[in-house]
Design a protein around this ligand. Structure first.
Ligand code: SF4
Ligand code: ZN
Length: 742
């Protein structure tokens, strides 16, 4: 049977080569051979071609060279009886197809193509880095390239949901019977983007190359494989294809028949066969719901190569089996799908049934360890009205109190588990969660409300997930949800006290007291080179991870995001630089960072991801720094609001002069101590000043500057830089007479 595939794939490859050649010649005629060719924002030229041939395609003339290479591999159009019983020709046809389709897609950009509507087109390197790391480290279990469409929109939604639920990224390309799966999802109002794991590439079958050149770049970016030019192309290509076979768990789903192809009884187009042959080279098998010929013997793929005629409701399961994927699915007893694919999903105002917290009401969450006999396992209690009582689109108050008990549970673990509430709730389809502690913000969509989602399901998710992930230390979990405004104040007060105590617990400990710091690389999911080094006197910049948290988290899970980092030799006690930290940093930033200073914001400062509680920025004209917290939306003396400034830090790069920090760090003795410390602070929003008032007082007493409190301006005193300078001079702020910052 596979001879049919071979000859169809070869025919497809021939068509693509012809197509590419015609387009290319026309463009050369029109624009000349030196016309530039590039996908947007990538350092890898035409990535598949770079990987397979070593050619760096920059111009139409380079493109021509690449196409010539492809033609050398193009197997002749054979009659079926000449087919040989091995995959060689199919594989060659696949390679040719990869090259030719990449040329076709790249030439679209030369012609001025801009992705429109639902289609996203080429994935740039930035997105690749943000998302690809999840594939590589296992948070995404793999990707499915869905080619074609399903019989009905409902089935398309079902397929998408079942893939999302298994943390499988979904690429959508091509069409069958004139329709594509992405269009079906769009018609059903499904949110499609990288964050929801649903990525529509393009409607042509040739756009399948965009999924494959994503896979190629994953190998180049994360696999440490370097292109070495055309001489060593074979060896490099082999490494890239092997890397993909072993680490990128992808497969192709060929969905739906193409009526009337070829008149030969063939059910899908030659082009689709050719694209499938391209994928087989990567070890990515093809599965289909229709009766196309199979290629069962193993060889390139781990198991079968093409498996067909699978009922749609079984196709995901079968794909997982054929690709050899290991997927852990959490059994969460709620009426909506649950999985990492839903974590980044937003619930917009128009879509929301009800919200809690944010700017509209009070919401907070706290997790505490309790004695065994005070916790009834699995109990979810609601105090107050359920969400049925709220008018659609309005806000309610909510307290989420999680009590856990376990023989091996220690108080140190509380904040570690509490921090996970964000992720646990976000992974439910239709639930949006942001923030933590008393700045939590939750939305529930109308869609899931109609499916029967109620408050108790928030409790059920937490019970299920905490058992699932922390069975080592937790034996019992119970959740209390309070919406009653009269009963929420007291636990809120108590929670604030506990947050405060937790932050204070570290108070007495200094960086000099310990020989080991901890790392946090949780945020590498989107800032791939970002590393937080968490010391007793400097907590993670999100404010959620103190040195103790990281220590506990490491005990719980030695393979998790927090690792001990030995300080070893101190290289610079003033700036806060240690040999052991630098070495660790080099490895974990994938060679992108050499060193970092824990106590300076000016010289080799720590990197920032995106979730800092505050930004500290230098105001050179005033010889000091301003601090702005995330909640403050007004203008600042630097002429930018928080959101604008946040765009300038972040992404895991060092940006001297501007850093992201956790609030507690402001009153640490090590707060930019190399740059002059707390005396440099000249401006902060009033609400932040109020929030840290007690600690700030204490700190200012320590340095014998109690008056400094009044000398730090807020938005009430100054908004522009001129106003600020006038204020500082009037108050005789010490920063003005300190040595110049730069
Ligand atoms: Fe970890 Fe730092 Fe991200 Fe916080 S900001 S989660 S400490 S990497
Ligand atoms: Zn972060």
């Amino acid at each position: 049977m596979s001879r049919i595939i071979a000859s169809a794939a070869i025919r497809g490859a021939h068509k693509y080569v012809k197509d590419a050649e015609e387009k290319l010649n026309a463009l050369i005629k029109e624009k000349g051979e030196e016309q530039e060719v590039a996908f947007p924002n990538t350092a890898y030229y035409l990535p598949a071609i770079l990987a397979l041939t070593g050619i760096e395609v920059k111009t139409l003339s380079d493109t021509k060279r690449a196409l010539e290479q492809a033609k050398l591999l193009l197997p002749p159009l054979v009659r079926e009886k000449l087919w040989l019983p091995y995959l060689g020709n199919t594989l060659d046809a696949g390679i040719v197809t990869l090259i030719a389709t990449e040329i076709i897609e790249a030439l679209k950009y030369v012609e001025g193509y801009k992705p429109e509507g639902i289609w996203l087109g080429f994935t740039d390197d930035n997105t690749l880095r943000l998302q690809g790391i999840k594939l590589v480290d296992g948070r995404m279990s793999g990707f499915a390239a869905c080619v074609g469409a399903l019989p009905t929109n409902e089935q398309a939604v079902e397929l998408a949901r079942s893939l999302q639920q298994k943390n499988i990224l979904v690429f959508m390309v091509s069409s069958s019977g004139g329709k594509s799966m992405a269009e079906q999802l769009a018609e059903e109002g499904i949110e499609m983007n990288w964050d929801t794991f649903l990525v529509p590439y393009g409607k042509d079958t040739s756009s399948a190359i965009l999924a494959l050149n994503f896979a190629v770049r994953a190998a180049l970016t994360f696999g440490g494989i370097k292109p070495e030019g055309p001489q060593n192309a074979m060896e490099v290509a082999r490494k890239i294809l092997l890397y993909n076979k072993e680490r990128v768990h992808a497969f192709v789903l060929a969905l739906g028949a193409d009526p009337g192809v070829n008149g030969s009884g063939q059910l899908i187009t030659d082009e689709k066969y050719a694209a499938a042959a391209g994928a087989i080279n990567f070890g990515f098998p093809t599965l289909s719901d229709i009766d196309i010929p199979q290629i069962l013997p193993t060889g390139i793929c781990t198991y079968e190569h093409v498996v067909s005629n699978i009922p749609l409701d079984k196709i995901v399961g079968k794909a997982i089996e054929v690709r050899g994927l290991e997927i852990k699915i959490s059994e969460v007893p709620i009426p909506v799908p649950y999985g990492a694919g839903f974590e980044g999903e937003r619930v917009r105002k128009e879509q929301m049934q009800v919200e809690f917290g944010g700017k509209s009401s009070t919401a907070f969450e706290i997790l505490r360890g309790k004695p065994m006999n005070e916790v009834e396992d699995g109990k979810v209690e609601i105090i107050g009205q359920d969400i049925d009582s709220a008018e659609v689109g309005t806000a309610m108050n909510l307290a989420i109190l999680v009590d856990v008990a376990g023989r091996n549970f220690s108080e140190d673990f509380e904040s570690v588990l509490e921090r996970r509430i964000h992720e646990f709730l976000s992974c439910a389809n239709g639930v949006f969660h942001m923030g933590q502690r008393a700045i939590a913000w939750i939305r529930i969509s109308k869609e899931i409300y109609q499916k029967g989602f109620r408050l108790k399901h928030i409790g059920k998710i937490l019970v299920a997930k905490i058992h699932d992930e922390y069975s080592k230390i937790v034996d019992k979990v119970q959740v209390t949800l309070i919406t009653d405004s009269n009963k929420i104040e007291e636990p809120l007060e108590e929670a604030r006290r506990i947050y405060y105590e937790r932050d204070e617990r570290l108070g007495g400990m200094t960086d000099e007291d310990v020989d080991t710091f901890y790392s946090c690389i949780l945020c590498q999911s989107y800032a791939p080179d970002h590393v937080c080094i968490v010391t007793p006197e400097r907590l993670g910049l999100c404010g959620a991870y103190t040195w103790l948290d990281c220590k506990a988290s490491y005990q719980l899970n030695p393979h998790g995001p927090n690792e001990p980092v030995k300080k070893n030799k101190c290289l610079d006690p003033v700036n806060g630089q240690w040999e052991g930290v630098n070495e660790y940093l080099k490895v974990k930033s994938h060679g992108n960072l050499e060193r970092f200073n824990a106590y300076s914001m000016l010289e080799d400062p720590m990197t920032s991801c995106g979730c800092f509680e505050c930004i500290v920025a230098i105001l050179p004209e005033a010889n000091g720094v301003m601090i702005i917290n995330r909640e403050f939306t007004g203008m600042t003396p630097i002429g930018m609001a928080f959101s604008t400034m946040a765009g300038q830090v972040g992404g895991g790069v060092q940006t001297p002069g501007i850093i992201g920090i956790g609030k507690v760090y402001i009153t640490s003795k090590k707060f930019i101590s190399a740059d002059g410390g707390i005396k440099r602070v000249i401006w902060m929003p009033e609400e932040l000043k109020k929030e840290i008032e007690d600690r700030l007082h204490k700190r200012l007493e320590e340095i014998n500057e109690p008056d400094l409190m009044e000398k730090i301006a807020t938005e009430k005193d100054a908004v522009t830089s001129e106003e600020l300078l006038a204020f500082l001079e009037e108050k005789k702020h010490p920063a003005l007479s300190m040595p110049p910052m730069i």
